[in-house]
Design a protein around this ligand. Sequence first.
Ligand SMILES: [Zn+2]
Ligand SMILES: [Zn+2]
Length: 228
Amino acid sequence: MVSRELIEVARSFHGHVCPFLVLGLRAAEIALSRLGVKRAGVVETVREDIVAIIEVNNCFADGIQVATGCTLGNNSLLYVDTGKNAVTLFRRGSKRGVRIYVDSEKLRAKYFPKEALELFRKVVAERRGTEEEIEKLHKMWEEIGLRMAELPEEDFTIQEVEIVEEPERAPIFESVRCSKCNELVMAPKAVYIEGKPYCPTCAGREVPAVIGRGIKTAFRIPFKVVEL
Ligand SMILES: [Zn+2]
Ligand SMILES: [Zn+2]
């Protein structure tokens, strides 16, 4: 069961307590215990020993990061954009991992009061809730979230997976200096025009990006420097 302490850590990271944040914590907890490992600490995060593969970038993903210690920044978190509420955890060097899938439809029917779902539709999906309703929804959402901390394992789909190809550890790249903005850019990201290196921004290139809808392979950089 997810401890209240961990939920509070997750709250400060995520900004609020909601059902999928806590489901992420709980799923991670189950996966860690099945693997017989603890939350990634100093050694594991430096060596990228434990790897979490998330399949969605929503509240669930934040729960996974808080509970496993595998984060986007320490390169122990991989994001594959299949659009499913699922996480796979494995230890490098081991051929086996655990995948946990959360079926939101089943959980909704079982644990989410109708009133909360209706309010959610009005406030979030249709964006036409009063301030009071937003407050009320937030309270109900947190209550459901706290309930998720105690879900039995049977409410999750737990699978053993075989790691067929271990993903590479984050490589360390040389940098080159952009011929226009003079900023350093990782060598493989540099764009060469007439033999001179440029960063993708100065070269006007679209780049892959993680945005709300998932991974976009060609994304236009949405800002430009107005003053140096
Ligand atoms: Zn959330
Ligand atoms: Zn540049």
